[in-house]
Design a protein around this ligand. Sequence first.
Ligand SMILES: [Zn+2]
Length: 73
Amino acid sequence: MKVTYICDLCGFPQETVEIGEVDLEKLGLHTLTPEEREDIIKYNEKQGLLLYTICSDCFSQKIFAEDEESYLF
Ligand SMILES: [Zn+2]
C-alpha cells in the first residue's frame, strides 16, 4: 500500500512510501486516539493512505515564530 505524507500546514506532499501492510505501530500512530487518527489519516484512491504531518520547512518556521513570540514577553 502506498502511503503519502502531506504537510498539514502548507499542504505540500512530502514523500510517498510503499509499505506492504499498514502497521500503525510502525508508523507511530498507535498512541493516537481514534479521533486523532481520523484527523490525520485520510484515504485517497490515487495517493493511497494520506498522512498529515508537518514538513521541516513549516516546522522550523513554526519554531521560529514561537521563538519570536516569546521575545515579546
Ligand atoms: Zn509545510
